[in-house]
Ligand binder design. Structure first.
Ligand SMILES: [Zn+2]
Length: 313
């Protein structure tokens, strides 16, 4: 959990080192790097993320670890396992003296991709291609695929990155809410609280979350500040619509759960807060007009926003 000073500086820090459209990817890399380090004692950080994984060795080793976890899950939870697709076929790979960019490296990465498709049945939108990693053609697709692999592994009881744990926490909250709504109708008993936060997990420091949200929101320069109303801890109603969003702090990043993915609050507001939409569009068109290499970015941000549908309440 981030300490007080970290949290306080997060809001101001988060806009500076990154273009807001790239910060969510950095946050994901940071999270996945820490996860791989914990699992395999791998020497990897957000900054060395692609370099550390480009030979495909760590990826293939992870694939086989997921297979083991799925087997253990199956033997311990036979009933539950019946309704699940379980990966089983091990990935054969070269684990020593693999030179980045070499045929062997490509072969390893390609074998990992085959495993993702054939053993985990990962959807095409979440898949990457060998060159996305080896030639750094599309970092985003690679990162989203690894997150999905981690999500699957967690279903078999493997350690999950913090972001996936936060997703599970939010899903649990949505489920509990639906159940509590349902029981009100069924039992005609007055519900004392609309929702009681489960005590077992405290992943995110909610006291500071609201402070951070208000700080980021305070950067709005609209005549009337863009409305964002706290409904409950980590849950906000945004804009004039009744759309509800879930917000969590991940290290120094303020993250918003959108559709099946995540964005940073700042990037989310770039697309929703009128004063920022204008500035964002202006910056974007300016960069485009000046002929900077915005091709990849525009492709990635449009692909990203297509996933950014608001989660249903
Ligand atoms: Zn505004």
């Amino acid at each position: 959990m981030a300490d007080q000073s970290n949290i306080q500086s997060a809001a101001s820090k988060s806009i500076r080192p990154f273009k807001s459209s790239e910060e969510y990817l950095y946050a994901m890399k940071e999270d996945l790097a820490e996860w791989l380090k914990t699992l395999y004692d791998l020497d990897v950080t957000a900054d060395t993320f692609m370099d550390a994984l480009e030979t495909g060795c760590a990826l293939c080793r992870h694939a086989n670890t997921v297979n083991r976890a799925a087997q253990e899950f199956q033997s311990e939870n036979q009933e539950a396992a019946k309704s699940m697709k379980l990966p089983s076929k091990d990935v054969v790979f070269q684990s020593r003296n693999v030179i980045p960019g070499s045929f062997l490296a490509r072969d390893n990465v390609s074998n990992f991709i085959t495993w993702c498709r054939q053993e985990l049945w990962i959807k095409d939108v979440l898949m990457f291609e060998t060159n996305d990693l080896v030639e750094r053609c599309n970092e985003k697709n690679f990162i989203l695929c690894l997150l999905e692999v981690a999500r699957r592994g967690s279903k078999f009881g493997m350690l999950a990155p913090m972001l996936i744990q936060l997703e599970e926490e939010i899903e649990e909250e949505i489920r509990d809410q639906k159940e509590s709504c349902h029981s009100v109708e069924d039992e005609e008993e007055p519900e004392p609280e609309p929702y009681v936060w489960p005590q077992k997990r405290v992943l995110c420091d909610m006291r500071n979350l609201d402070e951070l949200v208000r700080e980021i929101l305070g950067q709005c320069s609209c005549p009337a500040q863009f409305p964002m109303i706290k409904v409950s801890e980590g849950k906000y109603k945004v804009g004039d619509s009744s759309a509800l969003i879930f917000i969590r702090v991940l290290r120094t990043h303020v993250m918003v759960r959108v559709g099946g993915g995540w964005d940073t609050l700042e990037h989310y507001l770039d697309k929703h807060d009128p004063c920022r939409c204008a500035a964002f569009a202006h910056r974007y068109h300016q960069a485009k007009a000046s002929g900077q290499s915005q091709g990849a970015q525009s492709k990635s941000s449009s692909a990203h926003s297509s996933r950014s549908t608001s989660p249903g309440p």
